[in-house]
Design a protein around this ligand. Structure first.
Ligand SMILES: [Zn+2]
Ligand SMILES: [Zn+2]
Length: 357
């Protein structure tokens, strides 16, 4: 199927390079929509599991499709039988398409769908690094007028993941928040944490340039996203304790995936507090009695979010007039996708994205 028109899409051969392949501009089938891409950001998972090497196995493997699992754009064509979405509508795309029928899909957690037809955009079906994207109607989340297309792209994976974990931990104004890892996901945790009311945000990071970047981020009224930045070294825990009356933070979240940072997040959590892990990959080892049981800590593992919660997040940001795109690093046109991935891989800036005219 197709209309005969061609487009070039970026694919990732797994050798820290980007290649361009010609694809047909797709024709939307039943209950599908064609989206003209406006922004398509790069996620740490793209770097870790596709760009540097292809890590996934079996159904999780990258299929050589157009990359980019954080797509945002405008619907330009509806397939037959679409029920809700309209032509011209601005949408962000929940980045996994599920079977639609299993318990996980019923809850909107398509990330957890185990059907053979489950496919992540940019991994098993074409993603956002091309001028057009074919999406299922049910995967599209309306983008409120208040939000930019880059905001929408950031929501699709990173912000959604952080929102899910922080709201599951019931972060509120009674809590201080410790964040380990101030990459794009950690910055999302800082912005959403403050917006959810966190009294104080402490961010720990090993990379000096990331620390600098985080220190300069502010809300419109001049309030910083991160109140205290701490360099990740052997004294980091002492510094966190000093900032919190020797108690630690009520809520902590690891956004790095590094073992030492995961342990720091746990040890920097106050007695009876909540600690969440969202950073992917790797391992962690700790003394369970000393660091988890005796301090009465609840440990959360949290993976992506649901379609419903993604829509909630979009509404929350619109009502607060908040823009995730303040955490943006450099933006590139599609033809410079190779540079975009190179910069994202170095990991010294805010979130890198590909933007379209
Ligand atoms: Zn992602
Ligand atoms: Zn399913």
């Amino acid at each position: 199927m197709g209309n005969g028109k061609k487009m070039r899409g970026a694919v990732l051969p797994g050798t820290s390079t980007v290649e361009f392949t010609e694809f047909e501009v797709p024709e939307p089938g039943p209950r599908q929509v064609l989206i003209e891409m406006k922004a398509s950001s790069i996620c740490g998972s793209d770097i870790r599991a596709i760009y540097r090497e292809h890590l996934g196995k079996g159904p999780e493997a990258y299929q050589g499709v157009v990359a980019g699992h954080e797509p945002c754009g405008r619907i330009v064509k509806l397939g037959p039988g679409c029920r809700v979405r309209r032509e011209g509508e601005r949408v962000t795309v929940y980045h996994i398409s599920g079977c639609g029928c299993c318990e996980d899909c019923m809850d909107g957690y398509q990330i957890s769908c185990r059907s053979e037809i489950r496919a992540a955009y940019g991994w098993q079906r074409n993603g956002g690094h091309a001028p057009f994207l074919l999406a299922e109607e049910q995967d599209c989340i309306a983008l409120p007028d208040e939000l930019t297309y880059v905001d929408g792209a950031f929501l699709a994976c990173g912000y959604g993941t952080v929102w899910e974990c922080l709201t599951r931990m019931r972060l509120s104004g009674r809590d201080r928040l410790l964040i380990t890892g101030l990459g794009p996901v950690g910055l999302a945790a800082a912005q959403l944490g403050k917006a959810l009311g966190a009294a104080q945000v402490i961010g720990v990071e090993i990379d000096e340039q990331r620390l600098d970047f985080a220190e300069n981020l502010k809300f419109d009224d001049g309030v910083p996203l991160v109140d205290h930045t701490v360099t990740s070294d052997e004294e980091a825990l002492d510094k966190v304790l000093k900032l919190t009356d020797s108690r630690g933070c009520e809520v902590s979240i690891d956004c790095s995936g590094a073992a030492s940072a995961r342990l720091l997040a746990l040890r920097g959590t106050r007695q009876w507090g909540r600690c969440g892990y969202v950073g992917e990959g790797g391992k962690v080892e700790f003394d369970v009695s000393q660091h988890l049981i005796h301090p009465q800590i609840t440990l959360y593992g949290s993976w992506v979010t649901s379609r419903r919660h993604l829509a909630d997040l979009a509404g929350f940001l619109a009502s607060k007039r908040l823009h995730p795109d303040i955490t943006s690093g450099p933006q590139f046109p599609l033809r410079e996708a190779a540079q975009a991935y190179e910069i994202a891989d170095r990991g010294h800036t805010g979130k890198v994205s590909i933007v379209f005219e």
